[in-house]
Ligand binder design. Structure first.
Ligand code: HEM
Length: 216
């Protein structure tokens, strides 16, 4: 019998709890407190829950290491979970992007479009941030899985402090331009609950500060 103990890994519980809370928040804010009809649950609302869950898991993935560097006692099960959190976050973002492509029209996202059917400036900036952040995440994941791994200079670049801080800013751009007008109007928040883009942005802001000070 082997005496070796398996390293602790909390990925399963972190992913399950994050996804449940994100989905629950989307349902509570838009269906229970808000006016969105239940028929929109399977695609429109689930897309919001998936996007939030992805954003939080990616923040955890990038944040746990630097948090430990700052002297916080991060459990080893959380540190060992980082790879699975990053991969799951990326797959959820992929689902979010596919659903968003299918839904993207003025009837669903009125606030993103002008009357002539073209995008507003803010929607254009937000979507540019989303697409660039998606491509950067894709590159980041690829770099750990293919022959690129042997390219030391590339790996050093894509895992460097400067590049990761830049990549996080792209995700924040996506949320900021999409949502900041609504963030400043708490009277319009369904049931007083902040918009999902703002919840995501708060996670980003905390994660970013931890990275600025804790990433080597
Ligand atoms: C091809 C790339 C992407 C496209 C086309 C896209 C598209 C969209 C759209 C259309 C929305 C509005 C959803 C809604 O209000 O119902 C949205 C929201 C959101 N996206 Fe993305 N996105 C992309 C990439 C990303 C990435 C990479 C992340 C995470 C790092 C992300 C996270 C979010 C979050 C958290 C929201 C807020 C949801 C809400 O406020 O309802 N997106 N995205």
């Amino acid at each position: 019998m082997s005496l070796e103990t398996k390293p602790q890994n909390s990925a399963g519980s972190i992913i399950a709890i994050t996804c449940l809370l994100s989905m629950g928040y989307a349902v509570l804010r838009y269906h229970v407190m808000g006016p969105v009809p239940w028929k929109d649950l399977p695609f429109f609302i689930i897309n919001k829950g998936i996007a939030l869950g992805a954003f939080i898991l990616l923040t955890f993935n990038f944040g746990f290491g630097p948090l430990k560097n700052l002297g916080v006692n991060v459990p080893s099960g959380w540190l060992n979970a980082r790879k699975a959190l990053g991969m799951t976050g990326f797959l959820l973002v992929l689902i979010h992007a596919l659903i968003s492509f299918l839904l993207f029209n003025p009837a669903v996202y009125e606030k993103f479009f002008l009357e002539n059917g073209t995008l507003t400036l803010l929607a254009g900036l937000s979507m540019l941030g989303g697409v660039l952040s998606f491509v950067v995440l894709w590159g980041y994941n690829l770099s750990f899985q293919t022959h690129l791994r042997e390219d030391q200079a590339f790996i050093r670049f894509i895992t460097s402090r400067r590049f990761l801080l830049f990549a996080m800013l792209l995700g924040a751009t996506h949320l900021f331009f999409m949502g900041y007008q609504g963030w400043m109007n708490p009277a319009g928040w369904h049931g007083g609950l902040p918009p999902i883009s703002l919840v995501g942005f708060v996670f980003f802001a905390v994660g970013y500060i931890i990275n600025v000070f804790g990433r080597k």
